[in-house]
Design a protein around this ligand. Structure first.
Ligand code: ATP
Length: 257
């Protein structure tokens, strides 16, 4: 069966239900609902300030919504107590926009940090896991380098490897192409696709990069600030060609709104 059909039939791994949220009195997202299926590469799109990063913060449990729920593998991250939250968080990894490596630590030390803190594994096992993850992102032999010695693309790769140290089933990437030239950005797209194919990881991306969206995403949601929510959901290539929604059409065809 083609991969697309397998994904179309797979169960939701993330369910966002009637989510309402924002900052203080201001509602940014007003009744947002959608599912992300196991194994798909899913992108959250929309213009600046429409709430993409805010939505990501709700999904990973960094913010508490005004109302509504987020289920990860069927478990509510909104109503979870600390212990459950820790368990749910083990199933996913997050890469923030800057890559956020510790500058004074080697690549290996950056990767090992969370395993040292949150597992009882011996040093040798931690190193083996980290070396395996580095190999998966194409950075074999880089374990002793310092972040200052890495290119922008290598920093993203290390950050993706770090998001995988607990064998995450879901990886969230906030602007994976930010600050990269088009060729390096395309290489990161290929890495995401190959990790999805090889390991069945579900990827959730927040991105502006149209080319990258069309290249990697199986499905997208498009948020519109004026609607405080989703205006369309679907295959980005289909939306680019056939969307009847003016905002979505303009977004995909680079036309000012
Ligand atoms: N900590 C905060 N406190 C108050 N308002 C915030 C905070 N963070 C974001 N906002 C506001 O919420 C709205 C949505 O912001 P958010 O960063 O989620 O949008 P975005 O779609 O990710 O934007 P961009 O593409 O520019 O990164 C914006 O109007 C922003 O100014």
């Amino acid at each position: 069966m083609p991969k697309e059909e397998v994904k179309a039939q797979s169960e939701p791994i993330i369910e966002v239900r009637d989510l309402v949220g924002g900052y203080e009195e201001t509602v940014i997202l007003d009744g947002v609902s959608f599912d992300i299926r196991r194994g798909e590469i899913f992108s959250i799109l929309g213009g600046s300030g429409c709430g993409k990063t805010t939505l990501l913060r709700y999904i990973v449990g960094l913010l508490e919504p005004f109302s509504g729920d987020v289920l990860i593998k069927g478990r509510s991250i909104v109503n979870a107590d600390e212990k459950e939250l820790d368990e749910i968080r083990r199933s996913f990894g997050v890469m923030y926009q800057s890559g956020a490596l510790f500058g004074s630590m080697t690549v290996m030390e950056n990767l090992a940090l969370q395993l040292e803190e949150f597992s009882n594994l011996p040093r040798e096992a931690i190193e083996l896991i980290c070396l395996g993850k580095l190999k998966l992102v194409g950075l074999e032999g880089s374990e002793d380098l310092m972040p200052a010695e890495l290119s922008g693309g290598m920093i993203k790769r290390v950050a993706i490897a770090r998001a995988m140290v607990f064998d995450a089933e879901i990886i969230f990437l906030d602007e994976p192409s930010a600050g990269l030239d088009p060729i390096t950005s395309a290489e990161i797209d290929e890495l995401i696709k190959s990790l999805s194919r090889l390991l069945g990881i579900t990827f959730v991306l927040v991105t502006h990069e149209l080319e990258s969206i069309l290249n990697v995403s199986d499905r997208v949601i498009v948020l519109d600030k004026s609607k405080k929510g989703i205006v369309e959901t679907g295959d980005p290539r289909q939306l680019k060609e056939h969307s009847k929604n003016q905002f979505v059409h303009n977004f995909f065809n680079r036309k000012p709104g």
